[in-house]
Write a protein that binds this ligand. Structure first.
Ligand SMILES: [Zn+2]
Length: 111
């Protein structure tokens, strides 16, 4: 990987982390426990709880991706960054740019 590519991926990582942080804050607000005061009748409360299940799931996924992105960021200066953990082949630059937290190349993922 060239240093230009590495730089581009690092920027993408930081952008993704920033966006994710905002998303997580919003989701944490949305998943606060429902207080009786904000219950809008039985049906409204039910719908609210349904939404919360979705928000909580999204929040969990966002937190997981945040961990992976932070890990990738801590490794980006390493020589083996961008190498597949399975076969040691370089992961394509396009893929890393799209998903900087990738640890596997496409070939190994398909396996
Ligand atoms: Zn591989």
């Amino acid at each position: 990987m060239t240093s230009l590519e590495q730089h581009a991926i690092k920027r993408q990582l930081l952008d993704d982390l920033n966006a994710l942080e905002k998303e997580i804050k919003e989701l944490q607000n949305l998943t606060k426990p429902i207080t009786p005061e904000c219950a809008l009748g039985t049906l409204g409360r039910f719908e609210l709880m349904n939404d919360q299940v979705i928000y909580e799931k999204t929040l969990k996924e966002a937190l997981l991706r945040q961990t992976k992105l932070k890990y990738a960021l801590s490794k980006i200066e390493n020589e083996d960054f961008g190498l597949c953990v399975e076969c040691d082949e370089p992961i394509s630059f396009d893929r890393l740019l799209l998903l900087p937290e990738s640890t596997h190349c496409m070939q190994c993922l398909k396996r």
